[in-house]
Design a protein around this ligand. Structure first.
Ligand code: SMO
Length: 766
């Protein structure tokens, strides 16, 4: 069975007509609502005491409606945003972080931290007034590097973490690992930087808060999780019943995990609208995205692997410093301390593991969700170790992996981290990609490259991904109208993935209707309620809820059909958009049945919970050609076999994998968010300094979806695909690059592997 027989055709994206003809419903495209404009005055210091703030002049400038500081928020009873103390510090004390305020009070702790909010009739007026605000800062020493931050004598961000260690997590069996290392034939070690990244969606963070006549606020927002945004703002900022806030999300120009966080600017927008009883709008400038959208990654990791003489892994030991930034976002510690480590063993059988992760406070923008959230960092670690081990044992990297993969017979398999993989056929993905990538033909291509003076390298990655983010429940409404439409409401949130298409296709196949009569409604908290879209959960949890909703709808309509057909329910069957009396041609179509009801429709609400997480996996192969004279690296071939379970729509899945690979390539070769080690200034504050991948940087991908190993924890067999490309591609590219350079004596290169760093590594080695 495959996606075609289960769900109908791989239909083209139903949202694209709207999106590519300029009809996208982005916040900045909405009618103005006569909105005032929020401009945020930000800290120019990485670390400073605020001695005083003088807003007198700014307040009297033309077109200025209000100027807010922390004192205003405090007077209105707004407290610092609490975080769940789910981890401990190394000494057993509770997890610690400086109080996260929406506007800084007393101290600023990173560049770009919001200090003063200026609300003007126009953006220009507010920008002018921002110039007139006087903030007297007393600069303090700043620390942005994690090794600096944990060194004795470092500047301290909060007194309840005098060592700047916010929290620590330790997993595994240290004694077993030490014993394994003592008995090992081979030990390899890698120290690596998993650099800080900026999400940089095309559409920056956007919000428009509109007070309505009934006293509510409509909050138009680019949010991956509208329900959570409503909860956050109602509880922390407006301090009103949730019913008084309606969050509306239209289209989103890219989320990448970043738009799952509620940022301070959104909070100020809502606050100002309530306070002034006036619509208020905030659209981040690109520079504000660099400074103050939550960042991703930023780990320093040292890892060691012990192997026996045959290349069987005996144990793995990992020590990671994870940069929390200056404040704790709700998922700030969760991602590096829990979500990441759970996938560290990857697809391999590790008899023993020991992982320590310490979350470190620094004078930098807080980190939070960024596509993959912890999994890319940890798969990078294990895959770098595997390639170093293959080199140490002089084994084909594919063969070393083959010897250590968890076999399909072992499923369900409990990993060294205690996670249970429900299904997976890792060897099948590995062997499949070796064939598709023509692994055996590499030597000829490498020789040909050499005739042109180029160094060709290759790598294979076997990866696993974890989806669901522990949010396993979604609710859908399914409505069939007498007017001939099927309407699905879902609280999962499209941000470019094509969810409208996936859900349309699912419901059309389940009810037997034409996709063109389906409407998918998302992003309005007056209509939908649920966690939203993150953790690659949308198709896996939200799609399962849609399929279940169709079944519930049929059950609910069955007695109505029985009545209409004057037959017993037991004699009625459903199929192809109609109920019929079995063995007869007497039937009633679902739209006619809906029309016959007093409400002219039949509507149900159905909540569905999937059993557990799922484990997308697969194998990627890349070939990278290096020009030793210039240090440029070109990806010449990229081949994957991905197991995302059943694909509801292969076109959508391939699109997700393409984008994920591109994003991972960005980390491997180009992107880095850098702060000056002394001053804490942001060095990469624009696209002039921060390079994003472009289409021309990527080859045409050869993607194969292996749909023979469906997920067992949901009824659709779907595993999720939104982040897997990002998980796999970064180590694949770096390992291929190192493979190209290894003959020169290079066995390590930090990300991003820019032409200059590649050239420098070659110079240092030769
Ligand atoms: S950055 Mo992801 O939504 O686990």
């Amino acid at each position: 069975m495959n996606s075609i027989t289960r769900f109908g055709r791989n239909i083209l994206r139903v949202e694209d007509n709207r999106l590519i003809t300029g009809k996208g419903r982005y916040v900045n495209n909405l009618p103005s609502h006569d909105a005032a404009y929020l401009v945020v005055l930000r800290s120019p210091y990485a670390h400073a005491e605020i001695r005083s703030i003088d807003t007198t002049a700014a307040k009297t400038m033309p077109g200025i409606l209000a100027v807010f500081t922390a004192a205003d928020l405090e007077a209105d009873g707004i407290e610092p945003i609490a975080f769940m103390p789910m981890f401990k510090r190394p000494n057993g004390e509770p997890m610690a972080a400086p109080p996260r305020r929406i506007l800084a009070a007393g101290r600023v702790r990173h560049i770009g931290e919001p200090v003063v909010a200026i609300i003007g009739e126009t953006k220009e007026a507010a920008l002018d007034a921002a110039e007139a605000v006087l903030v007297d800062y007393n600069g303090l020493p700043a620390v942005v590097n994690m090794n600096d931050a944990i060194a004795p004598g470092a500047t301290v961000l909060t007194p309840d973490a005098p060592d700047n260690i916010s929290a620590e997590a330790v997993y595994g069996d240290a004694a077993a690992v030490e014993a394994a290392f003592a008995a090992a034939a081979h030990i390899v070690q890698v120290s690596m930087v998993n650099q800080r990244l900026v999400a940089n969606p095309i559409e920056p963070r956007s919000a428009l808060a509109v007070p309505e006549e009934d006293g509510r606020i409509t909050f138009y927002n680019a949010s991956q999780a509208p329900t959570l945004t409503r909860e956050f703002l109602s509880k922390n900022i407006l301090r009103e019943d949730e019913a008084k806030l309606r969050v509306v999300v239209g289209d989103i120009g890219g989320g990448f995990g970043m738009k799952a966080s509620v940022h301070n600017e959104e909070a100020i927008t809502a606050y100002a609208a309530r306070k002034l009883n006036r619509a208020v709008k905030f659209i981040a400038e690109r520079g504000e995205e660099f400074q103050a959208s939550v960042h991703g990654r930023d780990h320093l990791t040292t890892a060691e692997m012990a192997l026996d003489a045959q290349g069987k892994i005996l144990a793995v030991k990992v020590d990671t410093l994870a940069n929390i930034g200056a404040y704790m976002m709700p998922v700030g510690a969760l991602i590096p301390l829990l979500l990441g480590p759970k996938v560290l063993p990857g697809t391999y059988h590790l008899p023993a593991v020991h992982i320590r992760v310490r979350g470190v406070l620094t004078n930098t923008m807080p980190t939070a969700a960024y596509r993959g959230a912890g999994r890319p960092e940890n798969i990078f670690t294990i895959e770098r170790l595997m390639d170093e081990a293959a080199a140490a044992l002089a084994l084909d990297p594919a063969e070393l992996r083959r010897r250590n993969l968890v076999p399909p017979e072992a499923m369900p398999y409990k990993s060294a981290m205690g996670e249970v993989y429900d299904t997976g056929n890792f060897p099948q993905m590995l062997e499949g990609v070796l064939v598709n990538a023509d692994w055996a033909g590499f030597a000829a291509r490498q020789a040909e490259a050499k005739t042109r003076g180029k160094l060709l390298g290759r790598a294979i990655t076997s990866y696993i991904e974890w989806t669901g983010a522990y949010a396993f429940t979604e609710t859908v409404d399914v409505t069939v109208t007498g007017a001939g439409r099927v309407i699905i409401n879902s609280a999962t949130q499209a941000m470019g993935q094509g969810l409208e298409t996936a859900y349309t296709q699912l419901i059309a196949a389940k009810l037997g209707v034409d996709p063109s009569i389906v409407t998918v409604v998302q992003g309005d908290t007056d209509i939908v309620k649920g966690p939203g879209s993150y953790g690659s959960r949308s198709a896996f949890v939200g799609g399962s809820a849609v399929a279940n909703g169709a079944d519930v709808w049929v059950q609910a309509a069955m007695p109505l059909a029985a009545e209409a057909l004057e037959a017993a329910e037991a004699d009625i069957e459903f199929g192809m958009a109609a109920f019929r009396i079995m063995g007869t041609d007497r039937e009633i179509g679902i739209f006619d049945l809906a029309e016959a009801q007093p409400a002219k429709q039949i509507a149900i609400k159905a909540t569905h919970t999937v059993e557990n997480s799922s484990w997308p996996n697969g194998a990627h192969v890349a070939e990278v050609e290096v020009d030793p004279d210039t240090g440029t690296a070109q990806i010449t071939r990229y081949t994957t076999v991905d197991d995302v379970g059943y694909a509801i729509n292969q076109i959508l899945v391939e699109g997700q994998i393409h984008g994920g690979i591109g994003q991972g390539v960005g980390q491997a070769l180009m992107e880095a968010c850098l702060y000056d080690r002394e001053s804490g200034q942001l060095i990469t504050g624009s696209f002039m300094d921060y390079q994003m991948p472009r289409a021309a940087d990527l080859p045409s991908f050869n993607i194969t979806l292996d749909q023979t190993v469906p997920c067992l924890t949901n009824s659709l067999g779907v595993k999720g695909c939104g982040e897997s490309g990002t998980v796999a591609s970064t180590p694949t590219i770096i390992n291929a690059l190192i493979n190209a350079l290894r003959p020169l004596g290079v066995n390590h290169i930090e990300m991003p592997a820019t032409p200059f760093s590649i050239w420098s590594a070659i110079q240092a080695a030769t």
